[in-house]
Design a protein around this ligand. Structure first.
Ligand code: ATP
Ligand code: MG
Length: 426
């Protein structure tokens, strides 16, 4: 009997993981540079958290959540997104009282029961940023700038930023009316989902992936969004701030986000290198969510980026700090199986001093051990033979340069440890 990973999930092996680690390092480095702190929330949450925030009629809640009842009869879901959980944690840990304003980021797996295809998985991974507790338009500009800087530092060279304002709740009521009027003549042509969205949340039609719905939406050149003076001023300030720091954006008349919690600024970053699933990042302001989840009436904004899609879009080019084809580390090779004890004690001494050290425990030939050292991209092979054991020394071969020398064991460990230290301080 054999098993396979479930449809829409995948294993990540060492070669591919190097690119993931580069993304994770880049995200952490930049998030901290902008003053965001990491938050890790559980993978399982109360189902109601998402129906209340993302919205009962959203795709995510209606069709995409992995939902189950636990042994105590509670409705649990595998988290489909990060924002609601971040706000839950912000309130649960009283960050609204102790800090007021909190700048948080996360990295981790999300789960949606979607039809798997390129760039669409059932377990996928996101990194995201949430600034909770402020309505300042400068924060919109900061979050969008950080988003683009992260994508660029991860190697995305063709990011295009789509920007819109959906206005406040009062504006949205008026805009929805206007959009319904414009779409009414095409109502019968819309997909089944959009037919029912039409009355409940008509903005979702703008976000629909169905080709016919897309065509109908795109044939309309006028934005349905009516903005009040305050929302207009907010949006103008966001755009000015972005322009001031050299961030180019496209304002689309028919762009909106299909989650209930969005207000005012919404954005998406797309890449032309992706096919139908062309959005790498999506985000926006959610000024009512904190209150709706039982907290104070404060604004917030954030985004989430899909790591699988990001890596698809930078394929070919590697994330900037992933180029890792240089040799490093020491392979300890033993000439005979009875020297394994000496080898084991040497790799341990090296590892404790911070040096990457590998060895083989199977008693393979020296030739096989050299091959393994080469495959593992080690820089040195330290050979322990009978002679070396007697004189407490080691013969070191530099695989990059081909040179070889014999050196006292203690001196070798010291030299290797100093080398690591020097590399760390470079
Ligand atoms: P889409 O419109 O492609 O379904 P979405 O609007 O559902 O995306 P969000 O919930 O805003 O996406 O998530 C933000 C990002 O997470 C997306 O831009 C995408 O990169 C990634 N993402 C979302 N769903 C998936 C998925 N099923 N598989 C892989 N990545 C995903
Ligand atoms: Mg989706």
């Amino acid at each position: 009997m054999t098993f396979q990973a479930l449809r829409g999930t995948s294993d990540l092996l060492a070669g591919e993981l190097a690119r993931w680690e580069a993304v994770e390092r880049t995200v952490r480095r930049l998030a901290r540079r902008y003053g965001y702190q990491e938050l890790r929330t559980p993978v399982i949450e109360d189902a109601a958290l998402f129906s209340r925030s993302v919205g009962e009629t959203s795709n995510i809640v209606q069709k995409e959540m992995f939902r189950f009842e636990d042994r105590g009869g509670r409705e649990i879901v595998l988290r489909p997104e990060g924002t609601a959980a971040v706000v839950r944690a912000y309130l649960e840990h009283h960050l609204h009282k102790t800090q007021g304003f909190a700048k948080l980021f996360y990295l981790g797996p999300m789960f949606r029961a979607e039809r798997p295809q390129a760039g669409r998985m059932r377990q996928f991974h996101q990194f995201g940023v949430e600034a909770v507790g402020s309505s300042s338009p400068w924060l919109d500009a900061e979050v969008i700038t950080l988003c683009l800087e992260m994508l660029k530092a991860c190697g995305l060279t063709d990011a295009s930023l789509l920007l819109a304002s959906m206005g406040c709740r009062a504006d949205q009521a008026k805009s929805a009316e206007r959009l319904r009027k414009r779409l009414a003549p095409h109502r019968a042509e819309l997909c089944k989902d959009c037919q029912s969205r039409f009355d409940k949340n008509v903005f979702r039609v703008l976000d629909c992936k169905n080709p016919t719905c897309r065509e109908i939406v795109w044939s309309e050149k006028r934005s349905p969004f009516v903005l009040c003076a305050e929302c207009e001023a907010h949006f103008a300030q966001v755009k000015r701030a972005l322009a001031d720091v050299g961030i180019a954006f496209n304002e689309s008349a028919v762009f909106a986000r299909g989650l209930d919690y969005y207000t005012r600024t919404v954005f998406e970053v797309r890449s032309s290198r992706l096919g139908a699933q062309d959005a790498v990042t999506a985000g926006g302001r959610y000024d009512h969510l904190v209150k709706e989840l039982g907290g104070p009436d404060v604004g917030a904004i954030g985004f989430a980026a899909g790591i699988e899609r990001l890596l698809m879009a930078v394929h070919g080019g590697t994330p900037s700090d992933a180029a890792d084809d240089h040799r490093a580390g020491i392979y300890v090779a033993v000439a005979r199986p009875d020297l394994l004890a000496g080898g084991f004690s040497l790799v341990q001494r090296l590892r404790r001093r911070g040096v990457t050290a590998l060895m083989d425990y199977e008693g393979r030939s020296l030739k096989a051990q050299f091959r393994e050292a080469d495959d593992a991209r080690c820089q040195w092979v330290a050979i322990l033979g009978e002679q070396e054991l007697k004189t407490q020394s080691v013969t070191v071969k530099d695989l990059a340069q081909g040179s070889q020398r014999t050196i006292a064991l203690d001196a070798f460990v010291e030299e290797a440890a100093q080398g690591v230290k020097a590399a760390c301080h470079r």
